[in-house]
Design a protein. Structure first.
Length: 439
């Protein structure tokens, strides 16, 4: 599996490519700090040098976004909060036996480099010329992959969406999936403690109302988020990214269908505190018709006993037998390692764009109906594919159910992950020593 780089990694690399000078690089690479303890997290600690490394990863993102750097004390508080959450997740991952080996990490880094038209050596040179230690970038990438796997195991994999939930969703919210396909949101959170006093609620509400007034008068949302937000996306300018309409967090679900681009919401209250939302961008609905291909295939997997050459040779022989008039379906039943489709004579049914891996789809797309491909390789093994027919199909009803399931899954995952992270933090012993650890 190739790990896709996260938005944060894209921002970071883009910032390095666009904004850093050689003098900045020398200053940052030479900036070593004392390892004073700045936080105790359960039985572990966070030290000053870790905070400085994380800040050096965050600053390029702010510059790339055009966001003014906040005062140092505020920046350190935001970054330390992120570091504590990362540390708690790392400790939890160790408890449940999740680790990211170097092979997986190198695959992810290679993917990041390739997406930016670089090789690994060029990626390292580009980062370090921009003031980012390659090893820091490498370990940050490892941490993000680790967190993703941990959250998937602890939260996302346990989420279930029933057919009844999809029916209810479509009855009430199907317009969210077709009138607006996606929205991009920004977010500021003025947090409340778990059992806030009336005074704490009043103070937080006043702060939220003040921020809304400033933002509606033209204050920069990204700068305000970095400076003022207690949300975990604060250092990205509060950018939550793109959401399918049905996957918009429930708190702002209705607003996302009515707000205009650039509009700022009034403060929204829930257990976490007061939330301010900006609807940054909107994308329109998807077309109803899709081009589908009816195809069948024969798969030969490689292993210790079957080499690439063996698999390719066997498929070449099977292809020749098909061209000589033998039945493709009969050969698939006898020879294909894809047991699911082999029982159906290799039949894959109607295939939508994106249903298969790119190597398979690209080969299939250039075949004429009834033509049989040459043997070709994908991550699953070696294939022969035959295209039977093609059609342009109105799949709006099926597509809506798929989108509804994905939207409900994502909505539940977002909310459950936020709650899981909050619980992880609440149940931990965390002692902040940032003020006493300044040089």
């Amino acid at each position: 599996m190739v790990i896709k780089p996260t938005n944060r990694l894209h921002l970071l690399l883009g910032a390095v490519l666009l904004t850093f000078s050689a003098s900045t690089a020398v200053a940052q690479l030479g900036n070593e700090s004392l390892d004073a303890i700045i936080a105790v997290v359960n039985d572990d600690v966070v030290v000053r040098s870790e905070l400085n490394k994380e800040i050096n990863l965050v600053l390029p993102q702010l510059r790339q976004q055009g966001t003014a750097e906040p005062p140092r004390a505020q920046l350190e508080k935001q970054v330390l909060d992120r570091l504590i959450l990362k540390r708690l997740q790392r400790l939890r991952a160790k408890e449940v036996g999740i680790e990211i080996n170097d092979a997986t990490l190198n695959e992810a880094l290679t993917s990041i480099a390739k997406r930016n038209n670089l090789n690994l050596d060029d990626l390292q040179k580009t980062l370090e010329a921009g003031g980012i230690r390659f090893n820091d970038f490498r370990e940050d990438t490892r941490s993000q992959i680790l967190n993703s796997r941990l959250q998937n195991q602890e939260v996302v994999s346990k989420i279930r969406v029933t057919e009844q939930e999809i029916d209810r969703f479509l009855a009430k919210e199907s317009s969210q999936l077709i009138e607006r396909e996606q929205v991009r949101l920004q977010h500021i959170l003025v947090a409340l403690p778990e059992n806030p006093t009336p005074e704490q609620i009043s103070t937080a509400e006043a702060k939220a109302n003040r921020l809304v007034a400033e933002l509606r008068r033209g204050a920069d949302f990204s700068e305000a988020a970095v400076r003022e937000s207690d949300g975990r996306n604060a250092l990205e300018g509060g950018d939550l990214g793109w959401f399918e309409m049905g996957a918009v967090p429930a708190l702002v679900g209705d607003l996302a269908t009515t707000m205009t681009e650039g509009e700022i919401s009034a403060p929204l209250r829930n257990a976490s505190g007061f939330h301010i939302i900006k609807l940054r961008e909107i994308k329109g609905a998807t077309p109803k018709n899709v081009n589908q291909t009816k195809a069948r295939h024969i798969l030969i997997r490689t292993n210790e006993l079957v080499s690439d050459e063996d698999a390719k040779r066997r498929l070449s022989q099977l292809r020749q037998r098909v061209l000589n008039g033998e039945d493709f379906a009969t050969l698939a039943r006898a020879h294909s390692d894809d047991t699911g489709s082999a029982l159906k004579g290799g039949d894959l049914g109607w295939v939508n764009p994106g249903d298969t891996v790119p190597d398979f789809e690209n080969t299939m797309n250039v075949l004429a109906p009834n033509a049989v491909s040459e043997p070709f390789k994908t991550p699953f093994g070696w294939h022969l594919v035959q295209v039977l027919e093609r059609r342009s199909q109105d799949t709006s009803a099926d597509l809506l159910r798929v989108k509804a399931r994905e939207a409900l899954q994502r909505r539940k995952a977002e909310e459950a992950t936020e709650e899981w992270l909050r619980q992880l933090r609440d149940e931990a012993y965390v002692e902040i020593r940032l003020d006493s650890a300044h040089d």
